[in-house]
Design a protein around this ligand. Structure first.
Ligand code: SME
Length: 151
């Protein structure tokens, strides 16, 4: 199972203190995009310390115009408020969705908690329709827990 094989690699990246936090987050994006065929854009958004906005952090995939997303807007902005995973099998079926690329068919966003506070999220876009399962959620929760330890 690819997720089980990737977990130790995620842990190795996280514990590599020679790299900066952003370098490590970028390496995680690269690892996931390279090894999971239906992960076509992988990135992190983090809450602004005082404004109700998400700011784009390290990512891999096509550049996006959406470097700042207000809380409540799009899938990402909704997760900033709900504190819950958001799995979107078909982005066309969503009213409150921010399109980054016309090739994207599905999206998953999983929040990152530090001391119980939702401080950001991992966001994955897929060019494949309805690709995400419970196993993606569990794996991404694992990634977010590990990331939380270095923030
Ligand atoms: N689609 C997201 C915006 C971020 S991009 O996917 C990189 C949303 O609706 O929040």
């Amino acid at each position: 199972m690819i997720f089980e094989a990737l977990k130790p690699q995620v842990e190795a990246i996280i514990s590599n203190k020679i790299k900066t936090v952003d370098e490590r987050l970028f390496s995680i994006c690269e690892l996931l995009k390279k090894n999971i065929a239906y992960y076509n854009w992988v990135g992190f958004y983090f809450s602004h310390p005082s404004k109700e906005e998400l700011h784009l952090g390290p990512y891999v995939g096509e550049p996006t115009d959406h470097t700042i997303i207000p809380f409540g807007k799009g899938i990402c902005g909704q997760v900033a408020l709900s504190n819950k995973n958001f799995v979107v099998p078909d982005v066309k079926a969503q009213d409150n969705y921010i399109a980054c690329s016309i090739t994207v068919k599905a999206e998953i966003v999983v929040p990152i908690f530090v001391s119980g506070k939702n401080i950001g999220q991992i966001d994955i876009d897929s060019n494949t329709a309805d690709p995400f399962t419970e196993l993606d959620e569990q794996f991404l929760e694992f990634v977010c827990e590990k990331v939380a330890t270095i923030l």
